[in-house]
Design a protein around this ligand. Structure first.
Ligand code: ATP
Length: 140
């Protein structure tokens, strides 16, 4: 059995990451799933959350929102709508996005698209938690 697998994270704008890793924890739309080397072929939609991978005893964190994860030939391909490595996250921007979403939630309900606002709030909260998890962890 292989001891590592290739992880590629791609968005419409850029290649975010391409690394050989030991494990990937992925935020699927129905909850987190883990992928080890030699995993069987697999396809899942991504939710909004924090992907992490393990390499040489360290964890590395990447925020992802929407898209798909595909596993085949000992490779995990993350086709994400949006992805940022922990150290790329602008926490102040996320905090402002959180405030806007919370303010909208307090406004007249009929004017607010509830699920869109919930997604914006979750993106903001998950970005902050990703940046926090990334502190003291490895920089990918
Ligand atoms: P905002 O309202 O601040 O734009 P958002 O959640 O609506 O936040 P997205 O639509 O998820 O933003 O992302 C739009 C682009 O901005 C993407 O390229 C994303 O990587 C980038 N981005 C958004 N927020 C941040 C952040 N806090 N730090 C770094 N990049 C960010």
């Amino acid at each position: 059995m292989a001891s590592t697998l290739k992880l590629e994270i791609v968005t419409p704008d850029r290649m975010v990451l391409s690394e050989d890793v030991e494990y990937v924890g992925c935020p699927g739309i129905e909850g987190e799933f883990g992928i080890m080397p030699s995993h069987v072929p697999f396809l899942s939609a991504l939710g909004i959350g924090n992907l992490y991978y393990k390499l040489d005893g360290r964890n590395y964190y990447v925020f992802v929102a929407g898209g798909f994860a595909e596993v085949s030939d000992n490779k995990v391909t993350i086709l994400a709508e949006v992805a940022e490595k922990a150290h790329e996250i602008d926490v102040e921007r996320a905090r402002k996005a959180q405030e806007r979403a919370e303010q909208r939630a307090r406004e007249q309900q009929e004017k607010v698209d509830f699920s869109r606002n919930q997604a914006a709030l979750r993106r903001a909260l998950m970005r902050m938690s990703c940046q926090d998890s990334g502190k003291g962890a490895g920089t990918c």
